[in-house]
Design a protein around this ligand. Structure first.
Ligand code: ZN
Length: 250
């Protein structure tokens, strides 16, 4: 199966193909293969970027979140043509659907062995020992349509998070474009907020926090294997998520 699209940040076309293969899940790019691991992350400004030798691969988080949701840790090579994973509709639902043909495979979840906490200003992420997986994510944006939002999985099933789209604010568009970001962003691939309201219609009541939880799963995938534990992210960022995954990985 081939999936084509454009990158959210680069605006460039790219293509992804899934191939069954023995061994751990890995990317194939420019003739090289590398695993999606926190130790390979080279940038977390607005998206998660993997680096391998001279190669860079941007915005891996939604595809990795789909792998997390589907429990796929082995048996797959993800061939990428381009420098960024396609943004598609801004969520992970097309990735989850595209991975239906691959079965859940990988090591048994390992229990988180002690409390790990990473913080920066008023943001924090936490992993604590527990005998199952749970995730609580909260966000706080001073916007009349967002404010404080929380999602807890369970009871919300992880698969439900896949539908939540990337979100952004109209008043940040120019500044981000000036930094060379979001060249591919549009109302087709993001939930966009104006100063007081939405520009397009949300898919669910708490789409922003559901999407944050989806980003968290994608970054947590970079720990390289599933874990049992209680995970909490308050006003998280790719930087904090990836740091947590890196600490788990080590
Ligand atoms: Zn995202």
């Amino acid at each position: 199966m081939t999936i084509r699209g454009i990158g959210l940040h680069s605006g460039e076309p790219s293509m992804v193909r899934f191939h069954p293969a023995e061994g751990p899940v890995r990317f194939r790019l420019g003739g090289l293969e590398f695993r999606p691991l926190a130790s390979s992350v080279v940038d977390t400004t607005r998206c998660t970027v993997l680096g391998h030798q001279h190669l860079r691969l941007m915005t891996v988080e939604h595809l990795l979140a789909a792998l997390y949701i589907r429990g796929i840790w082995e048996g797959l090579v993800i061939e990428v043509t381009g420098l960024e994973i396609p943004i598609l509709d801004g969520s992970a639902q097309e990735w989850v659907a595209a991975l239906q043909g691959f079965s859940s495979r990988g090591p048994k979840p390992e229990p988180v062995s002690g409390t790990i906490r990473v913080e920066e200003g008023r943001s924090s992420v936490l992993a604590q020992p527990a005998d199952s997986f749970s995730l609580t994510v909260t966000i706080l944006f001073p916007h009349p349509r967002i404010g404080y939002q929380q999602v807890q999985c369970p009871p919300t099933p992880l698969e439900e998070l896949a539908r939540a789209r990337t979100f952004g604010f109209l008043n940040e568009v120019e500044a981000m474009r000036a930094q060379g970001l979001i060249k591919g962003a549009s109302l087709e691939n993001a939930l966009v907020f104006s100063e007081q309201s939405f520009v397009n219609t949300p898919r669910m009541l708490y789409e922003p926090v559901w999407h944050k939880a989806l980003d968290f799963l994608g970054d947590l995938y970079l720990a390289g294997r599933p874990y049992w534990g209680r995970f909490v992210a308050h006003r998280g960022s790719h930087r904090l998520h990836v740091e947590l995954a890196r600490l788990l990985q080590s």
